[in-house]
Design a binder for this molecule. Structure first.
Ligand code: BGC
Length: 245
């Protein structure tokens, strides 16, 4: 079965039909830059453009970088504030004519990694962290997701963790890998203290450069890079919409 997965990020909206049997994209993905400002109506138009590109009229799974409770957007750390209170599935249905399921971007990436990637078969407490514009988190206990965790916003040295240790901050502050890894380590140590995880999975674009910074980390917990890379969100979004089919 194929479902259209769409990953809404701070800089791009990417989509592709996903084969749910093997978790692979059925065709090349299609990407459109995220409208700036990222107002709900403008982003919904882009979602509809992606659906049209694939001639899609079935279920759609969609990620969004925020807390999402029963479809309603509850936070807006890295997107336009107008999103707060928006019923995202209803808005996207209006624009695409398709039934849409919407979930947090890190939760989606985590779901895909647990099924088809680095977390396959891993029991206990697994924490997936996506390091990008912000820091997203997804927590799994024996393979079951605890949705909407927001560990990128725990406070480290008086700041949101994502304002010290996201990949955006690494680039903006031109931090060396070592200096950035030190900040990341502080954050991961805090996560270890709070949750006693069995495994960290590190996702986001920077995870493909893991050999540049994993060597500086000093943790008790096993840490591995994500495997699905920038496809994880699309795949996880499609998986989440399976029951709409
Ligand atoms: C948001 C999360 C999101 C993460 C990664 C954070 O700022 O609060 O909901 O998962 O960024 O995009």
């Amino acid at each position: 079965m194929q479902i259209l997965g769409i990953d809404i990020g701070g800089s791009g909206v990417k989509g592709a039909p996903v084969d749910l049997i093997n978790g692979k994209l059925a065709t090349d993905r299609f990407r459109i830059p995220t409208p700036q400002p990222s107002k709900p109506e403008l982003v919904a138009k882009v979602v509809a453009q992606i659906a049209r590109h694939f001639d899609w009229n079935g279920p759609i799974g969609c990620t969004f970088p925020a807390i999402i409770r029963h479809g309603v957007i509850k936070s807006a750390a890295n997107v336009d504030q107008d999103w707060i209170g928006v019923d995202a599935p209803a808005l996207f249905l209006e624009h695409t004519g398709c039934p849409v399921r919407v979930l947090n971007d890190a939760d989606a990436a985590g779901v895909a990694e647990m099924e088809f990637g680095a977390g396959r078969g891993r029991m206990g407490t697994v924490i997936m962290l996506t390091l990008g514009t912000g820091i997203g988190s997804a927590v799994f206990v024996d393979g079951v997701l605890v949705p909407n965790t927001e560990f990128g916003h725990i406070e480290v040295r008086g700041k949101d963790a994502e304002h010290r240790a996201s990949d955006r901050i690494r680039k903006e502050e031109d931090l060396s890998w070592k200096a950035w890894a030190k900040r990341l380590n502080e954050f991961l140590n805090r996560m270890e203290f709070l949750l006693s995880p069995d495994l960290f999975i590190i996702g986001g674009g920077v995870s493909k450069k893991h050999e540049k910074f994993f060597k500086y980390l000093d943790l008790e917990t096993e840490i591995i890079p994500a495997q699905l890379r920038n496809e994880a969100g699309i795949v996880g979004a499609a998986m989440a919409a399976k029951d709409l089919a």
